[in-house]
Design a protein around this ligand. Structure first.
Ligand code: PLP
Length: 409
């Protein structure tokens, strides 16, 4: 146990990929905002389904199908408890955050939004929380409005109210920015929006593995996250929605499982949450996601938060010891993400050079081109930490950066 009560040795041993070598060197994986590594328990849960009970769910009466259905629905309960939803009817499995946002754009907004209605987002959204609304705007003639941020990459909270008008039909906000690390004051923003009866969507793609989330306390109307960013499988995610909204929304897709009866004349849709889960879902993915959330619960999100905060503070200081390095995103409330530029070296060159030292980071616009435009840069290098990272790994990153700098000098 270290002083923050994290048994880092044990945690690292839970993640088989951390034993891999890259270019003959131990892997230093600092690309967690793109996707996290998976613990053995998640791999075992996936394999368990494929090896022992790989049947289809819901429709079978045989033992394997009943087992698969039971495990699938157990995961739904795990998700419900994890985010403190009031009912499993509010938990819809999707392919991920992106699909969850598209679902709400098409099923919640499209049927009722009118020309000149407004959707409000922030200046630091991922493309997933921009483009689905733009598609909607093209479809119904509504408009996208953007709450600005300051030079530290913080939302200008005082400006929020002026963006919420009688035309605003939805506010959609990222909880934790993937390119800046900013943790937004989502509770304040939700309260402001609700004072004007405006529903709020929370993009928790990054927040899920770094901040405890309670949808009932937040009182958000919708919230989305992706399994692969919280140690779970890729291709699986969740849309949480308040039952009162989900009930009145038409299905997103039609097909098997989302119906209770079909005739050529009329189809009666299934109850929640199945109304939104057309077709055979990613059964193994759902089961793997349940295992991933149970894993996080076993470590404890509060402990994870404290441990990562210490790591982030250490990483911030360590990176600033590199001459000419500039951090992009210096919000006072941050998690996980250390985005930086190191002129004159292009971020892509940095990524390639430090990969030779076994250090994996991400370079580019991180699907936030408007954020890059705001900072007048084409790209950043981004190191992002998870609970299995260590200060020694941060030191290796910094050493690799010094080496890259030497090559360019
Ligand atoms: N929102 C944020 C803040 C993200 O970081 C990401 C992925 O990086 C997404 C949305 C989209 O997630 P996915 O690609 O898993 O659907």
């Amino acid at each position: 146990m270290d002083k923050l009560n994290i048994n880092i040795k044990k945690i690292r041993s839970d993640f088989p990929v951390l034993r891999e070598k890259v270019h003959g060197l131990p892997l230093v994986y600092l690309d967690n905002a793109a996707t996290t590594l998976r613990p053995q328990v998640v791999v075992d849960a996936l394999a368990g389904y494929y090896l022992r009970y790989s049947a289809n769910i819901h429709r079978g009466v045989h033992a394997l199908s009943e087992k698969a259905t039971a495990e699938y629905e157990k995961s739904r309960r795990t998700v419900k408890d994890f985010i403190h939803a009031s009912s499993t009817a509010e938990i819809i499995f999707t392919r991920g955050t992106t699909e969850s946002i598209n679902l709400v754009a098409q099923s919640f907004c499209r049927p009722s939004f009118k020309p000149d209605d407004e959707i409000v987002v922030t200046a630091m959204e991922h493309h997933s929380n921009i483009v689905p609304w733009q598609i909607l705007c093209e479809q119904v003639g509504c408009r996208l409005k953007v709450i600005p941020m300051n030079d530290k990459g913080e939302l200008i909270l005082e400006r929020v109210d002026s963006f919420l008008t009688e035309r605003t039909q939805l506010l959609s906000i990222v909880y934790l920015s993937n390119s800046l690390g900013t943790i937004n004051p989502v509770q304040d923003v939700i309260d402001k929006a609700h004072q004007k009866n405006i529903p709020v969507f929370v993009d928790a793609a990054q927040a899920m593995s770094h901040c405890p989330i309670d949808v009932q306390t937040l009182d958000c109307d919708f919230l989305a996250f992706s399994g692969h960013k919280i140690f779970g499988p890729s291709g699986i995610g969740v849309l949480y929605g308040k039952e009162k909204w989900l009930e009145q929304m038409p299905p997103y897709q039609g097909g098997g499982d989302m119906i209770s009866s079909v005739t050529f004349e009329k189809t009666i849709y299934n109850t929640l949450p199945y109304k939104f889960e057309a077709g055979t879902p990613h059964i193994a993915g759902v089961i793997g996601l349940g295992a991933a959330l149970e894993y996080v619960q076993s470590v404890g999100l509060d402990l994870i938060m404290n441990y990562e905060k210490d790591l982030l503070d250490y990483g911030t200081k360590a990176l600033l010891s590199v001459p000419d390095l500039k951090l992009i995103g210096t919000a006072s409330n941050k998690a996980s993400v250390l985005s930086f530029i190191l002129p004159p070296i292009h971020p892509h060159d940095i990524g390639t050079l430090i990969d030779e030292e076994g250090v994996a980071i991400r370079t580019g616009h991180h699907c936030t081109q408007p954020v890059m435009k705001f900072f007048k840069i084409p790209a950043t290098s981004r190191a992002s930490v998870a609970v299995y990272n260590t200060k020694e790994e941060i030191d290796l990153l910094v050493q690799a950066l010094f080496k890259a700098k030497k090559i360019f000098d």
